[in-house]
Design a binder for this molecule. Structure first.
Ligand code: AHG
Ligand code: MN
Ligand code: MN
Length: 333
């Protein structure tokens, strides 16, 4: 459905609901509460320096990563806002070791939320764009409450996914399976307003995004892929520009709008890759595919991978279809 510029995300969610005759409104209600969480996080990210919530929290998470105060704030905001909706049976967060159960005082629902509450945390204190990444699935287990099987679903089961980028403006990029739409937060109104309807990623880009500092740790095939995009071959439109922000959401967002390839390959220190399948790779793969792009782990389609662990890491090659295909073919040759 064509949405007019100026439409709110509320209208898009209600339109999606009306398309489903069997819809109960549960998903819409769940999603609107998630939106409130994202607005709260946006406010605190933008005020972080003034609210004394930048800097280290003095704790580490399951990934053995030092948590930033904003990591903890964003995580607690989403959990506390979502647990009482009555539409979730459980949640999984980058910041929590195990599944987050719904407290007994609240009813349980038929959906599952997986999220990275704050992506790009190392950039918080230097005012570089960061984000939140999320994916929503239907509960698949028959039991009361959530079980691991509700979370170890392939990304192709996702019913809605997206991210928020807290940058020069706060923008929500979302798909419920019918196109990809970008909403910019109007701080005066406090509403996400449709600013980028029907985002499509160019078939081929002219930018590659990778942490070249890992070059010495890559295998030969990975070096060949990166060197291919750096090669001086005017006739084939190379070398590509190099852009790397170090916040996955920011690097991905630029490539989604302009085209290009983001890659986080395996390396000696990250033999399974660094990025997490459930709440980084899958939601962005869901978005990029619905925008006409592609995402693989160097061999397999990201959305086909059946997770084996909650915090499973994967190599990630994501962006313009032709660029991902080229990188994947070189890696699996
Ligand atoms: P997070 O802040 O959620 O831990 O994610 C950080 C990730 C991702 O945002 C980014 O693409 C990547 O780490 C950067 O890793 P390097 O610093 O190793 O390049
Ligand atoms: Mn992250
Ligand atoms: Mn994070």
């Amino acid at each position: 459905m064509e949405q007019a510029i100026g439409t709110t995300v509320t209208k898009l969610i209600m339109d999606e609901q009306r398309k489903q005759p069997s819809a109960t409104g549960d998903f819409s209600s769940l999603f609107m509460e998630l939106i409130v969480s994202l607005k709260l996080i946006s406010y605190h990210v933008n005020k972080a320096g003034l609210l004394n919530i930048i800097g280290r929290a003095g704790t580490t998470n399951i990934q053995d990563e030092e948590q930033q105060k904003l990591d903890v704030f964003a995580n607690n905001t989403i959990i506390s806002k979502m647990e009482y909706t009555g539409h979730l049976c459980g949640m999984a967060s980058e910041e929590n070791d195990a599944i987050i159960d719904i407290p007994p005082e609240y009813p349980e629902g038929k959906y599952v939320l997986m999220f990275d509450p704050l992506d790009g945390s190392s950039n918080i204190d230097v005012n570089v764009s960061i984000g939140t990444i999320f994916g929503i699935y239907r509960k698949v287990s028959a039991s009361q409450g959530a079980t691991l099987s509700d979370f170890l679903q392939p990304g192709s089961n996702m019913i809605a996914g997206g991210y928020v980028i807290y940058g020069s403006s706060t923008m929500l990029v979302l798909s419920t399976g019918h196109g990809v739409h970008g909403f910019t937060l109007d701080p005066n109104v406090g509403e996400f307003i449709l600013s980028h309807p029907n985002i499509r990623i160019p078939e081929r880009g002219s930018t590659y995004s990778v942490n070249e500092g890992n070059y010495c740790r890559w295998d030969e095939k990975t070096r060949k892929v990166v060197n291919y995009f750096k090669e001086d071959n005017e006739a084939e439109g190379r070398p590509y520009k190099s852009r790397y922000i170090g916040s996955l959401v920011s690097d991905f967002h630029r490539n989604l709008l302009y085209g290009g390839l983001f890659l986080y390959p395996t390396d000696v220190k990250n033999p399974s890759g660094k990025l997490r399948l459930l709440y980084e790779a899958n939601p962005l793969a869901f978005i990029v595919e619905h925008a006409g792009g592609a995402a693989t782990d160097g061999e397999r389609r990201i959305l086909d991978i059946v997770p084996e662990q909650l915090h499973q890491r994967v190599p990630l090659f994501i962006g313009s279809k032709e660029d991902v295909a080229k990188a994947t073919s070189m890696l699996s040759a």
